[in-house]
Design a protein around this ligand. Structure first.
Ligand code: 5GP
Length: 123
């Protein structure tokens, strides 16, 4: 797959506010936050979309959630709660093709997420 801006963040070629790192994952603040707390947890392995996750990636995908929960506890919003979401392709709203877990917190999240844009009722 072609390199994305997230590979440049992993390689420190462009700056980011990194809040967590281990061998497999990196977490950094989103440049355009949609909540009082908004950071991204990404695998260091470049996987383009959820559709490209292979069985061998199960460990690394699990690590994204483990890192998210650890950061939530460290930053003190684990108990109040948060939204952890991964967008896939166009309808999912994906813009960077290197999978990433959005972690949003600090205010109650709306549900369903498509409320404002849904044109047809669900079947
Ligand atoms: P997506 O739309 O693919 O689910 O999410 C991509 C996210 O990456 C967006 O929330 C966007 O604000 C964030 N983003 C895009 N470019 C950069 C960047 O250069 N630095 C940081 N920190 N976040 C970025």
């Amino acid at each position: 797959m072609s390199e994305t801006i997230f590979t440049k963040i992993i390689n420190r070629e462009i700056p980011a506010e990194i809040i967590f790192e281990n061998d497999q994952v990196l977490a950094f603040k989103d440049i355009n936050p949609q909540a009082p707390v908004h950071f991204l947890v990404i695998p260091k392995k470049a996987i383009a979309t959820i559709n490209d996750i292979q069985a061998e990636d199960a460990e690394i995908v699990g690590q994204l959630y483990i890192a998210a929960a650890q950061i939530a506890k460290e930053q003190g919003f684990a108990e109040n709660g948060y939204r952890a979401v991964m967008n896939c392709n166009m309808d999912g709203g994906q813009t960077v093709y290197h999978i990433h877990l959005h972690v949003l917190a600090g205010k109650p999240m709306g549900w369903p997420p498509y409320q404002d844009t849904l044109k047809q009722p669900l079947p």
